[in-house]
Design a protein around this ligand. Structure first.
Ligand SMILES: C[S@@+](CC[C@H](N)C(=O)[O-])C[C@H]1O[C@@H](n2cnc3c(N)ncnc32)[C@H](O)[C@@H]1O
Length: 228
């Protein structure tokens, strides 16, 4: 499989997908959660409906909801076309087909856009970007999660970026989870092992956990790390 993307794509996933990608269970949902690079995911909006407000951080939040929507529709046809052309590289279980995937991404975007303006006013959507989470105090979150940015864009961001970004997430949160561990080409990111080694060398507990979500074939693992 080879996906050719010029830049990071503003695709968002749902609460249900976040729950599966990050093994969110038990008291996880009542934790103080920071979603890093949440983009137009509906996780934040759906968590609010469940009575658990979370904070999402993304450079995309400089834009208005309309502009984010426009960015999505500028690329969605091309991305779905590329997925269709590499259909065997994807697992059609959670999403039943490329068209179903598109519908689910549109649904998440609609839910996000509806919540975006009030969420911004309430401080639930904040402008920010890795590798430096300025203005966030040490360990002010129980859990920081990052979906479909780190490791996925290994061709765009180098190992040093990944090392700094992941250590920064652990500065602001007691525990972090990152999904997936694959690159856009469906290969295991070359940065996973060096990142784990560096985390352990710095005294953090770090490892890989299997999860019950797989869209990129073989992409059913997350990185989990926490303070000792
Ligand atoms: C593919 S989207 C994934 C959105 C969401 N996490 C999800 O899985 O549904 C990747 C997101 O990473 C964001 N991003 C790009 N550069 C970033 C950076 N340096 N730090 C944090 N997020 C970044 C993009 O704006 C985009 O919203």
């Amino acid at each position: 499989m080879s996906m050719k993307l010029e830049s990071v794509v503003p695709f968002g996933r749902s609460f249900d997908e976040y729950q599966l990608m990050f093994n969110l269970a038990g008291d996880d949902l009542s934790k103080n959660i920071l979603g890093v690079g949440d983009g137009p995911a509906s996780f934040n909006a759906e968590m609010l409906k469940r009575g658990h407000p979370v904070t999402s951080l993304d450079p995309l939040y400089e834009l208005s909801g309309k502009e984010i929507e426009r960015q999505f529709y500028r690329v969605v046809d091309d991305v779905i076309q590329q997925v269709k052309a590499t259909s065997e590289s994807w697992v059609w279980a959670y999403h039943k087909s490329p068209d179903d995937l598109r519908e689910n991404r549109e649904k998440a975007l609609r839910t996000f856009v509806k919540d975006y303006d009030s969420g911004k006013q309430q401080g639930r959507y904040r402008i920010g970007e890795l590798p430096k989470l300025d203005g966030i105090k040490d360990e002010s979150y129980d859990l920081a999660i990052c979906s479909h940015f780190l490791f996925l864009y290994s061709d765009h961001f180098d190992c040093a970026f990944h090392q700094s970004a992941i250590h920064e997430m652990l500065r602001v949160a007691s525990e972090i989870r990152v999904f997936p561990l694959l690159t856009l080409n469906g290969e295991y990111s070359p940065y996973v092992e060096p990142v784990i080694q560096a985390l352990r060398a710095n005294g953090f507990a770090a490892g890989i956990k299997k999860v019950a979500y797989e869209l990129q074939r073989g992409g059913n693992e997350m990185l989990l790390a926490r303070h000792p």
